[in-house]
Write a protein that binds this ligand. Structure first.
Ligand code: ARG
Length: 697
């Protein structure tokens, strides 16, 4: 232990210190420390380190280093506020005859604060996420010759492992599960049987109950609830409480104030490192396009850590950069998750370059192997028999199936239900890469959804700018004979957009229409009865008995046998469906549980509906998503990257959801869809008219 002669809260490096600068009482701190010291001395031998002036946190000797037998791994503090303690502790360890190992500079590890032996000495639990770096764990395993189990800390109040995790005599573990990520919790549950787990609730956790000094059957802590005390007594422990409130102000308590230098030692032990590392390569506009930040964030958020081995910064605006990065993860499982996300942003795993993808046979029609690789929207290649195959029918949420054909091996994205016995499916994340164009360096001023949304309210001018851009592209696509698919909800009709969408179809800007029963119903209701869901579209008022209108319409169309027949027979004389029929624009109406009718054309077999959607989407250059969350998301899932998606909805949540696919090509517009369509039609007519402005009605 280290007496609190120079203890104070001088700076803020954890949430407990906030608001507590110079707020602890020197006298009370000394009293509290003395009480703890005497309690421990009744049960163990205590050596003291001489405190050094200017290093107020030196009292927390748990952070001096990690000791096993005569070996110490000296701490490398994360914060410069504590780095000055290192030489004092080093000197002390050396004077006591320990062999001191020092981690490379910039590889933080905060000693026994972040590393706790199970009390039988079988393995070491090591925390990471706030103060200690995951990459320090393999070195510790090696130096101390022990198995290291890495646990990721998630709650900044519990920034050191010893604030929320406490192995006890007899294989017990007292801990606060919400402080860890789910992978770590699973690991804990694998190693510690349920009857040995003493789960601490939040009120105890924030009283630092887990920060307990355990000597044989005695546990010494700041404070415990009656409940926790009972639980500990049941497990055979004597609970001693001693207030340490002055030290809580700095984010520490009993255990932090001590360092155990006599840990139980198992002679026949071995270093076991569960951490996996891989080297990956990134190439492209890593800085300009923000790719490098995105990649490194993904690694950290995913529970891994990284080391940049090489960074070759492109010199000119046009030159690409190249980075080689070593990634570590606490397990194969976590590594796979991280790598698959990195693959999505175009990262190539170097070690994989030489390896084939792992394939497993389909053993039952419509069912993939566990662990199948889930496809994304990005063009993907897979390495089979030493050869990179381009995956066909790219879409997200599918599996990659490899089949033998007369023309050789073929890789294609398939949804699970389409998998066939005899095919092989890619599992794991080995031998896979996605092709991202380097050209897609995002121009800084592109009207991207997020910058757009972050403006809070989408100003009218922004909407106009996007309309201008969309109009330009619609015209380009039409002129080169491309394909635009529209997916629309009934709100298009309710907001008065029917006439504009009809106009777009008539003028050749739309090559396929996707929707549900409702859009067709209300479109034809408007055409036949002048109302949409019973509201008069000219007056804007509800018509008496109007709620029955759409059922009458459904009935009439059913009598005709199909929408096309209703158009041919003159029952439907205008509107969106009318224009589709007249201009031979294919449409697909997918049914749902809430459909009235349905119309004869509505496909109530959802598997068939999905297939029809996919067929109409094939080869699309642009998709206009107009106020239909359901159909738009369905369409989004079927569409590979590279297809421009424009999503218009009055609800920002829908827009965000769709643009969240992370593809640069999507634009979100939060506005009234009727208004948007009217602006769009106006702009298109401006672009195509010889005389400038034209009024459209
Ligand atoms: N103020 C110190 C810090 O933030 C408290 C250390 C507590 N020690 C511990 N092993 N949890 O570093």
């Amino acid at each position: 232990m280290c007496p609190p002669d120079h203890y104070d809260v001088d700076y803020v490096i954890n949430p407990w210190m906030e608001g507590n600068i110079h707020k602890s009482s020197f006298d009370r701190a000394r009293e509290q420390w003395q009480s703890l010291y005497h309690l421990i001395k009744e049960n163990a031998i205590v050596d003291l380190v001489t405190p050094a002036k200017g290093w107020p946190d030196m009292v927390f000797t748990a952070n001096a280093g990690l000791v096993l037998d005569k070996t110490v791994v000296l701490s490398r503090f994360y914060h410069k506020e504590r780095q000055g303690e290192e030489p004092y502790f080093k000197t002390w360890f050396e004077s006591q005859g320990f062999t001191v190992h020092e981690l490379p500079k910039d590889l933080p590890f905060e000693g026994a604060g972040d590393a706790l032996f199970d009390r039988e000495g079988r393995y070491l639990w090591a925390g990471y996420g706030f103060r200690s770096e995951l990459d320090s764990h393999p070195l510790i395993a090696e130096w101390l010759d022990i198995e290291v189990l890495s646990l990721r800390l998630m709650d900044e109040r519990f920034y050191h492992l010893d604030t929320c995790f406490c192995p006890l005599t007899g294989g017990y573990l007292m801990y606060y599960p919400p402080a860890f990520d789910s992978y770590s919790n699973r690991l804990i549950e694998l190693r510690v049987p349920p009857e040995k787990r003493i789960i601490v609730e939040e009120p105890d956790a924030i009283n630092f109950a887990c920060n307990t000094v355990n000597i044989n059957q005695t546990v010494i802590m700041n404070k415990a609830s009656d409940n926790l005390k009972a639980r500990l007594q049941e497990a055979g422990f004597t609970v001693l409480e001693t207030p340490l409130t002055e030290f809580l102000k700095a984010g520490g308590a009993a255990k932090c104030l001590t360092l155990r230098v006599t840990e139980p030692i198992i002679i026949d032990r071995h270093a076991v490192i569960n951490i996996e590392s891989r080297t990956v390569l990134m190439e492209g506009h890593l800085l300009d396009a923000g790719l490098i930040n995105r990649a490194l964030d993904l690694v950290i958020e995913g529970g891994g850590s990284f080391q940049v081995l090489n960074f070759n910064l492109g010199e000119q605006r046009q030159s690409t950069s190249k980075a080689e990065i070593k990634i570590s993860a606490p397990s194969h499982e976590v590594m796979e998750e991280i790598i698959s996300q990195l693959i999505d942003i175009g990262v190539v795993s170097l070690d994989e370059d030489q390896r084939d993808a792992r394939l497993q046979p389909v053993e039952q029609d419509g069912v993939g192997p566990d662990d199948f690789y889930v496809s994304t929207i990005y063009p993907t290649e897979v390495r089979v028999d030493g050869q990179w195959l381009t995956v066909q029918n790219q879409r997200m949420d599918g599996a990659i199936a490899i089949s033998e054909t007369p023309n050789g091996l073929v890789a294609q994205c398939k949804i699970l239900r389409d998998l066939k016995l005899g095919e092989r499916v890619v599992v794991d994340v080995v031998g896979l890469r996605t092709i991202r164009k380097t050209e897609s360096r995002e121009p800084r001023n592109a009207p991207q959804e997020f910058s757009f949304m972050s403006a809070g309210v989408s100003s009218e001018r922004r909407v106009e700018l996007i309309v201008e851009q969309v109009a330009w592209e619609l015209r380009q696509i039409r002129d080169r004979g491309g394909k635009v698919v529209v997916t629309a909800g009934p709100v298009v009709i309710h907001t008065g957009g029917a006439q504009h969408l009809s106009h777009l179809i008539r003028e050749g800007y739309v090559q396929a229409l996707l929707g549900g029963n409702a859009i067709a119903v209300h479109d034809m209701e408007q055409s036949i009865m002048g109302t949409s869901l019973g509201v008069d579209m000219k007056q804007g008022v509800a018509v008496k008995g109007g709620h029955r209108h759409h059922l009458k319409v459904i009935n009439s169309v059913r009598r005709c046998g199909s929408i096309a027949a209703a158009v041919e027979q003159g029952v439907v004389k205008s509107g969106i469906m009318y224009e589709c029929v007249k201009n031979n624009i294919p449409f697909s109406l997918a049914g749902s549980i809430r459909d009235d009718g349905p119309l004869p054309d509505t496909q109530m077999d959802l598997i068939k509906a999905q297939e029809h959607y996919a067929e109409l989407l094939r080869g699309a250059d642009m998709i206009l998503m107009l106020s239909s969350m359901l159909h738009s998301i369905g369409v989004g899932n079927m569409t590979p990257s590279g297809v421009k998606m424009v999503c218009v909805d009055i609800n920002p949540a829908v827009v965000t959801k769709l643009s969240d696919r992370g593809s640069v090509e999507s634009i979100g517009v939060v506005t009234d869809v009727g208004l948007f369509l009217s602006l769009l039609v106006n702009q298109l007519d401006k672009l195509t008219s010889k005389y400038g402005v034209v009024q459209v009605g």
